[in-house]
Design a binder for this molecule. Structure first.
Ligand SMILES: [Fe+2]
Length: 179
């Protein structure tokens, strides 16, 4: 008899050996899952990002060009126009944010998806700014007010942003952030 599961079996809180046949390969080759705390600065410090913002770096994956962090814009402000070459997943954690190019305003819990080729200008008008969790892939190109290319941020830029702050402040680099 086959049936469709309506919800996972959840009657007991206990560890079960699922008998996965490739467990030894996983143990040998997988970088492993992990937890990065964001309530404190123990796993990762807030690193200044301009005058009004800071970034808490959460993960770097150089194979896939992925970087994950929390961007905190601390008061009403702007992150200038940028063009994505990869895919961006963000969740608004606190405050609110919008883009000049779109008609929606993100509020806490909301999902923001951005795709390669999109360019936009981030604005928070919330009195306490915005905190955004991001799982981001690929280069981001920043442009000035005249549409002139300024610089690219990618996984290497974000790693350097984190590590140079750690070096300057005597903070140990956390190997858990590197996937
Ligand atoms: Fe963006």
């Amino acid at each position: 008899m086959s049936s469709v599961m309506t919800a996972p079996p959840s009657d007991r809180a206990e560890i079960v050996d699922v008998g996965f046949p490739f467990k030894s390969l996983v143990d040998r080759l997988s970088p492993g899952g992990r937890y990065i705390d964001a309530q404190s600065d123990v796993d990762s410090p807030w690193v200044p990002f301009g005058d009004k913002a800071a970034i808490k770096h959460l993960a770097f994956d150089v194979r896939q060009g992925i970087f994950s962090n929390i961007l905190w814009v601390k008061e009403p402000g702007v992150v200038g126009t940028h063009l994505h070459r990869g895919t961006i997943v963000m969740v608004c954690l606190e405050g609110s944010v919008r883009y000049l190019e779109y008609d929606w305003v993100a509020s806490p819990g909301g999902l923001i998806l951005e795709v390669p080729g999109e360019s936009h200008t981030l604005v928070t008008e919330h009195p306490e700014g915005v905190k955004l969790f991001g799982w981001m892939q690929g280069p981001i190109e920043f442009y000035d007010a005249d549409g002139k290319f300024v610089d690219t941020t990618d996984v290497w830029w974000f790693i350097n942003h984190y590590e140079s702050h750690c070096r300057a402040h005597g903070i140990a680099i956390n190997p858990k952030l590197y996937l």
